[in-house]
Design a binder for this molecule. Structure first.
Ligand SMILES: [Zn+2]
Length: 299
């Protein structure tokens, strides 16, 4: 670790913040404890429950986030003649209930759908947001490379997935999954997936959709195919799974490939440099206020 750190040269502020993240990880100056007694773990998990309370949170005049409808979050950005959906939950049933809740705030057609990365809990419900319209669907060039392991290990991964998410625990034994509520409806996994139609280049993309200025920043981390979304006028950052209020999942115990800590820390550093007024994580509650949002990313 020491050698890696010494070989880094700062070219941007984000690299400096990224390095601080690495130092924090290397020296243990991070907020969650990772090894505690069972009683303490249970208390921590119970306290985490508030992060998934179901509802729509207005994070800016034109940006709404649905929390607790499934494991991940989905957001709606309201433009002049349509809306943009960022991430689409796990399957059509959970997505349909989030879409219905969003329509209280805008019933306009969906102009674009954005997948921050290709994990199943972010892409499986797209069809439920769409009626007759045909929105553009944005994803990165490397979309689909999230798991990064050979298909041959899928049976092993499936078994370990059951352990990682406590799927065989009784309702009295399971509180939540740390970054997601327990007891989600999972039988329709991926059934609403719509394939991407627009590829975001490796240099990123700045554009206007439905009158909303929007920036796509490539940000590998929890997955290699990740990006984060920045709304420069609203100062809202939609972080995908490179940030949530939990310790970063840099090695998923279900047996996904190791996730590159340097890439992740640099991506989080780039997000912190933007000094967002709101961070909308891929999971857990949005963090509002410039100081709280930026501090959370730096932490
Ligand atoms: Zn996720």
């Amino acid at each position: 670790m020491k050698k890696i750190i010494l070989s880094l040269r700062f070219r941007t502020g984000s690299q400096a913040v990224g390095l601080l993240c690495i130092l924090a990880l290397a020296t243990g100056i991070v907020r969650g404890q990772t090894q505690v007694e069972p009683d303490t773990a249970l208390r921590m998990l119970n306290a985490q429950q508030q992060q998934f309370e179901k509802g729509i949170i207005k994070v800016a005049d034109n940006v709404f986030t649905a929390v607790g409808f499934h494991g991940a979050n989905t957001s709606m950005i309201v433009g002049t003649d349509g809306v943009i959906i960022v991430d689409t939950l796990f399957g059509p049933s959970s997505a349909a209930s989030a879409a219905e809740a969003f329509r209280q705030y805008s019933d306009n057609p969906v102009k674009a759908i954005i997948y921050t990365h290709s994990h199943g809990d972010h892409i499986g419900g797209a069809s439920a947001f769409v009626r007759d319209e045909k929105p553009e669907i944005y994803a990165t060039e490397s979309f689909g490379s999230a798991e990064g392991v050979n298909k041959a290990v899928d049976p092993v991964k499936a078994k370990r997935n059951v352990r990682q998410f406590g799927r065989n625990l009784s309702p009295s034994e399971i509180t939540n999954r740390g970054v997601a509520p327990a007891g989600t409806e999972d039988s329709d996994r991926g059934k609403g997936f719509l394939p991407p139609t627009v590829t975001v280049p490796s240099s990123g993309l700045k554009t206007t959709i439905a009158g909303v200025d929007i920036e796509f920043h490539i940000g590998p981390g929890e997955t290699d195919d990740a990006m984060f979304i920045w709304l420069p006028k609203e100062k809202v950052l939609l972080a995908g799974d490179n940030f949530y209020s939990s310790f970063p999942n840099l090695y998923a115990i279900r047996g996904t490939a190791y996730r590159d800590v340097l890439n992740w820390s640099e991506s989080v550093g780039k997000m912190a440099v933007l000094k967002p007024h709101v961070v909308v994580p891929g999971h857990t509650l949005p963090i509002q206020g410039e100081e709280a949002a930026t501090t959370a990313l730096k932490d």
